[in-house]
Design a protein. Structure first.
Length: 258
């Protein structure tokens, strides 16, 4: 399984002389997009046209903001409708608050007769086959209905936390999966912003340590994403101080093969 990091931060920020920070978007095996905070800012039109499925953890704007320009870009050349996969709440809110003909045209209906998007409802805890992958959505602890994903290809799987605060079911399911080869876990704010982390339902490095321990897998590579760029240096320092084995901080443009 190949994972290409299009964006891995909790906000966007231009960095003079460095790598720009983009919102979360991960391209799996070139055809399946995991969250849609970044698409067209990182992919050529040809690469965008190769996307057949998009998995959404929730509808906060930093996870869906790439969808409107993506829809515009491919609407004239689309050969196959792109499936937007999420829980019923995610699909409902995306249609009600983004593609509602007020904020943006309804690309679930446009172009007429061959719309860009089609909804695919996924039920929590029920595995489904998507783009050669087995996807299981697991509810997590965030401000709006949100899931993490267990994603399997053959005898290898990865865990993607989605946006979450301290949670239980996700780690319980993952810890029992013998095929698990990597975990992608959000860490958004530094320890000194614990009050905001609680209010916004995000992890800090200290909370991450507690969540990783629930996996009971010291051999498992852990990839950190969703850091708020304004606090990235403090978060990185605090993550290093945890001495978590096999912990890696993701960067834009990175490719990981599991």
């Amino acid at each position: 399984m190949k994972i290409r990091v299009l964006g891995c931060h909790g906000s966007e920020q231009w960095v003079a002389g460095g790598t720009n920070h983009h919102c979360c978007g991960f391209l799996i095996n070139d055809t399946v997009l995991l969250d849609a905070g970044t698409i067209s800012a990182a992919l050529t039109l040809r690469e965008q046209l190769n996307i057949h499925d998009i998995l959404l953890t929730h509808v906060h704007f930093d996870h869906v903001q790439g969808l409107p320009p993506f829809a515009d870009n491919i609407s004239h050349d689309i050969k196959k409708t792109v499936a937007i996969t999420g829980t019923s709440e995610v699909v409902r809110d995306l249609r009600a608050h983004v593609f509602n003909d007020a904020v943006y045209p309804d690309f679930f209906s446009l172009p007429p007769g061959r719309p860009v998007f089609t909804p695919r409802i996924i039920e929590p805890r029920q595995p489904v086959q998507i783009g050669g992958l087995t996807i299981t959505a697991i509810p997590v602890n965030h401000l709006v209905p949100t899931v993490g994903f267990l994603i399997r290809e053959g005898d290898r799987s990865i865990l993607y936390s989605g946006d979450t605060y301290a949670t239980e079911e996700l780690w319980h399911v993952a810890s029992r999966d013998a095929t698990l080869k990597a975990a992608f876990i959000e860490t958004s704010l530094p320890n000194e912003m614990a009050e905001l982390a609680l209010a916004s339902k995000h992890l800090t490095p200290s909370l991450l340590r507690q969540e990783v321990d629930k996996l009971n897998r010291s051999d498992l590579p852990v990839y950190i994403y969703h850091m708020k760029p304004s606090h990235a240096s403090a978060i990185e320092r605090q993550l290093r101080e945890l001495h978590v084995p096999h912990l890696h901080i993701l960067t834009e443009g990175q490719e990981i093969v599991v």
